[in-house]
Design a protein around this ligand. Structure first.
Ligand code: ADP
Length: 306
């Protein structure tokens, strides 16, 4: 059984529940969402989540939610007197906007203990993290994370990275772009989204994005592009996978996160990356037709992706 370790921040989510100022509490966050979808579609994988939470009641709720979702919470670190980050979704005439309280969340300390990271990675075959994971860390923690990832790769682990560019979480865009490139250079698989890459790296087309990452030695690159074709490159193939566009999109939250889970599920079963991308597209296509980050999917199998 392949062992997956996702690293990042899961937050408490308050989503509108009908009446004004009525909210439902949930839990979500980019790398966690991917782990959650992976647990839905690939129950044979052993999936763990590496983060830091506090020692209060909502932190315990979150950890229980990980376990109830089939995600092993053993590597979760508990930081006394801290709590988890929170975001609230505002709905105004169908438009969603967000307020965040995450500046002092426990997850910002997830990589303070480099030895804990190395221990967790030693137990994994496949490691996944994102640009948001990096953005919330201070520089010494980023160094701990890079060091642990480089060591993990020397030991034959595979590392996947979604660039997830969020300039508001970084000190400045130069720091964001240089750190993202440093991170990508120590990964086996990078999954950027073209829209954001074009804005922040000045890529003129999807091929520019592929070449920029290939140029620093990334062997497998999968460029998502909203409802446009996904373009990918590996050492042996270059290709595109057509997206069947949804016209009446309800909510694109977690489109990229669920897509990544589809890719990982297939490649961890030893299938070709193009099959993984097709699975990712099917999954994300279902997710954008529902509200919220975590969409319960119909049983997977024949016909389930219709
Ligand atoms: P992110 O959420 O990371 O910004 P994208 O918006 O590029 O990523 O979308 C990720 C994937 O979700 C796409 O590659 C595609 O497979 C799927 N997707 C997004 N929007 C649509 C849509 N309107 N119709 C069908 N699939 C979509």
């Amino acid at each position: 059984m392949k062992r997956v370790l996702a690293i990042g921040e899961c937050m408490a989510e308050l989503a509108p529940a009908g009446q004004p100022r009525d909210f439902t509490l949930g839990f979500a966050g980019d790398t966690f969402n991917t782990a959650w979808y992976l647990a839905q579609i690939a129950p044979d994988l052993d999936i763990s989540y590496f983060t830091a939470i506090g020692d209060d009641s909502i932190s315990q709720d979150m950890q229980s939610f990980f376990d109830a979702s089939g995600i092993n919470s053993t590597p979760v670190q508990v930081i006394p007197d801290k709590t988890v980050g929170l975001y609230l979704i505002h709905l105004n005439n169908g438009e969603r906007s967000f307020s965040y309280w995450r500046d002092s969340s426990a997850a910002r300390q997830l990589a303070v203990d480099g030895a804990a990271l190395q221990t967790a990675m030693a137990e994994a075959d496949f490691i996944y993290y994102s640009g948001i994971t990096l953005a919330i860390l201070d520089q010494p923690s980023r160094e701990n994370l890079f060091q642990a990832l480089r060591q993990a790769r020397r030991h034959g682990k595979e590392v996947a990275f979604d660039t997830n560019l969020r300039p508001r979480l970084w000190t400045d865009t130069q720091q964001m772009t240089s750190t993202i490139m440093e991170a990508a250079a120590c990964c086996d698989l990078v999954l950027p989204s073209y829209d954001d890459e074009a804005v922040w790296f000045g890529d003129r087309n999807v091929q520019d994005t592929i070449e920029r990452y290939a140029g620093i030695g990334v062997r497998q690159i999968v460029v998502k592009n909203s409802d446009q074709s996904v373009v990918f490159q590996t050492p042996t193939q270059r290709g595109t996978v057509t997206v069947d566009p949804v016209t009446d999109v309800i909510d694109t939250t977690a489109a990229g996160d669920s897509f990544n889970a589809g890719v990982f599920a297939e490649i961890l079963m030893g299938r070709d990356i193009s099959i993984g991308i097709e699975r990712g597209c099917q999954l994300a296509r279902q997710v954008v037709q529902h509200k919220g980050a975590l969409v319960c999917l119909p049983p997977q199998g024949e016909g389930a992706s219709q």
